[in-house]
Design a protein around this ligand. Structure first.
Ligand code: DNO
Length: 396
């Protein structure tokens, strides 16, 4: 596989020169400064591509070209937004970039409740607690109907047996402080979303109001409608992808559960089968995010890799550990549920040129003081990359 790295542009504290030193070959990035819904111009793309190439690297994958909410909920201006999307795809292809990652998660991109969960060895990982997320939903966001929905919530078979989420939420409500509430909002809305989604930004003063406005757009939209909207989008862009040789690869929902009363449609093998066959075109493919998929107790990640490798255009290597109570954390890249070594074997065999990035990494050895984006440490990711390089060497 091609060894790539997610880099956040010219202001990233991690420089391209540093990445050369650890064996990175390709860069995964986006035009992070272009506001949501605007065309990525050829000039802007060329400028960044040349910057990357001047450092001896190549721009391998776009992550992400954002699909605006109106396309997801099917708003009145979605065709306009799709036309803009197509133009950005044409411009990317004209500059030689042919792999485009995106997601179809409504409102919230990825979700975690704790970004600095301490491990016994002194490192830190990302963590998702169901009760803290439910507490955010019910007591901080105060979403209408949230308590009733959480009362109905069932963990997948094998985890979370006997857990009473509402009792835990009430206990959190009793013991929480304004500082802890603030931290939870920072974790769920600002620090995880700010650098990836474009819906929320560092410094937003009223993130919860914005949250409510976005949630309101999805009133009455369930799984069937969201699927129809994804199909509409994919059918509209496929002719451009064929003409320009662009491979689209949707990122799975992270975590692969329905949250905030919103449908999520890229969670399971059945979901992936659905969108691949609904628009059965080789340019319509998957970002195989082993981390996101392994956070779902019902997902057999290795079996999914066997099944979906032929339509996988980009791989994220990472692995989650699910605790008996259902919460999950991000495990070592050689541990957890995903079985990264076996995934490397599968993808390496199907397509040795497939771009792969190690996804997230522990925060370790001083990463914590450097102000990196959540999950995107330098030493933690470099360590994981070295582990994967070793696995790949052993395989070949
Ligand atoms: C988080 C990421 C996601 C991902 C987007 C792709 O670390 O995996 O933000 O980049 O969902 O569109």
């Amino acid at each position: 596989m091609e060894l790539t790295w997610r880099w956040f542009g010219k202001n990233d504290k991690i420089t391209l020169a540093m990445l050369r030193q650890i064996g990175v070959e390709g860069i995964v990035t986006a035009l992070h400064d272009v506001p949501l819904g605007e065309v990525w111009t050829r000039e802007q793309i060329r400028d960044l591509r040349e910057y990357i190439e001047a450092a001896g690297l190549r721009w391998s994958v776009v992550e992400s070209l954002p699909v605006t909410e109106t396309i997801k909920y099917g708003g009145p201006d979605r065709d306009e937004q799709i036309a803009i999307y197509k133009q950005s795809l044409r411009n990317l292809a004209a500059e030689g970039i042919h792999t485009v990652c995106y997601n179809f998660m409504p409102v919230l991109d990825w979700a975690r409740t704790d970004l600095m969960h301490p491990n016994a060895d002194g490192t830190f990982n990302l963590y998702f607690s169901y009760s803290e997320f439910a507490y955010f939903d019910i007591c901080i966001l105060k979403r209408a109907g949230a308590r009733e929905e959480w009362a109905q919530f069932r963990f997948p078979e094998g985890v979370g047996a006997g857990r009473d989420i509402l009792a835990e939420v009430d206990e959190l409500a009793r013991t929480s402080t304004p500082e802890r509430d603030h931290q939870l909002v920072e974790n769920i809305v600002i620090k995880t979303q700010g650098f990836v989604s474009g819906n929320f930004r560092e410094g937003d003063e009223h993130p919860l109001e914005l949250f409510h406005q976005l949630l309101a757009k999805y009133k009455g939209i369930g799984k069937t409608q969201l699927r129809a909207n994804m199909k509409y989008f994919l059918e509209a862009i496929m002719p451009v992808c064929e003409e320009c040789g662009i491979n689209m690869c949707v990122h799975p929902d992270d975590p692969p559960i329905e949250i905030l009363g919103l449908p999520r449609i890229v969670r399971t093998a059945e979901d992936i089968r659905w969108f691949l066959s609904a628009v059965d075109n080789p340019h319509n493919g998957l970002t195989f995010c082993a981390g996101s998929l392994s956070a779902g107790a019902y997902n057999d990640v290795v079996a999914m890799a066997h099944e979906f490798a032929p339509r996988t255009h980009f791989v994220h290597l990472r692995s989650c550990h699910i605790f008996p109570n259902g919460d999950f954390t991000e495990a070592s890249h050689l541990g957890g549920r995903a079985n990264v070594p076996e995934l490397c074997r599968i993808f390496q065999r199907v397509n040795p040129a497939l771009p792969m990035r190690v996804d997230h990494g522990k925060t370790m050895l001083g990463d914590e003081n450097r102000g990196y984006n959540a999950g995107y440490s330098f030493l933690g990711r470099a360590f994981a990359l070295a582990q994967v390089q070793g696995v790949l060497a052993a395989i070949s």
